[in-house]
Design a protein around this ligand. Sequence first.
Ligand code: ATP
Length: 359
Amino acid sequence: MSSLFQIAVFDGDGIGPEITLPTLRLLERVTQGRRYSLVFETLPAGAQCYADTGAALPAASVEKARAADAILLSAMGLPHIRYPDGTEITPQIDIRMLLDLYAGVRPVRVVRGQPSPLKIADTTALDFVLIRESTEGLFHTLGKGEVTQDYARETLQITRPVSEKLFNFAFRLANQRKTAGIGPGKVTCVDKANVFRAFAFFRKIFDEVAQDYPNIEADHTYVDATALWMVEQPQRFDVMVTENMFGDILSDLGAGLMGGLGLAPSADIGDNHAVFQPCHGTAPDIAGQGLANPMAMILSGAMMLDWLGQEHGRPEMIEDAARMQAAVDAVIAEGNVLTRDLGGTAGTLEVAAAIEAAL
Ligand code: ATP
């Protein structure tokens, strides 16, 4: 069994390189002296790459990413660099389609000291995961929508093969969390089955897949009520699974519950590849100033270690992922070394150093 894991790194645009550097350093630190190692290769892609070379996601970068064991991506896109049709450069979305990364995993955790707007007494009880389908749904016609003088049309697509894989992923994750003592073992299908036939179809497939997981509770909610409950009763959720656009919106709500984008990590997982990246964008307003919060990127790196550990049956990597997460939690709980978005005055590297010390 190989103990060398190749990691393709996209350090991206804006604050991307600033948060990538300390994350790679921490990953190197946490894996020191262990029986496995990570080999990083930084690849070009993004808005600046498009401006410089005419390619936002060069074919050579995609091939190297495809060959890697995992992909770590910071953020891509810059408001002043756009395609000729005026749309933004979003290779981070293109790569989800290219590599069939159907499961967008968006954890929502609130730990002690985290500036959540929620008024719940015991915020440590808040730990759920939103899974957003990431290759179809209302993003099916992404970049191909029809627009005439009189109408515009985008098409929502739900397919059985992708939905079955998505729901199996959700139930397996709920099972994994239940075994690890994190959640009660429950999956909630979030849809609009009362209004749209496509969502009734989505729900029907969910119910069929649920039959294979008798030890996991299967629940349903409508997306509008879900937005309300995520604020009023977030503890009712363990694993939520939903369509692409609903997931896009609800995951930002989730980041809001966590106290901001600077704390929200994510993963986009398929059958053969996985990309780990923070939920936030390139933050051009603070880029180049050393002010960005590196926590979401560091937590994404921890999710990558956890996923590699689960995929390759290496408990050591799962432990290291937990150590990284605990170190971030400790710095938040301490509250002395935080970036401006969390009410502090520290810079990116100071926060990274505090996390390294907590390790
Ligand atoms: P995108 O469309 O790519 O998500 P966006 O402009 O909508 O980009 P962000 O780039 O995430 O969103 O920026 C939104 C706000 O959050 C900005 O004010 C930015 O400075 C802030 N922000 C985002 N990420 C961080 C971070 N890691 N640390 C501190 N502030 C951040």
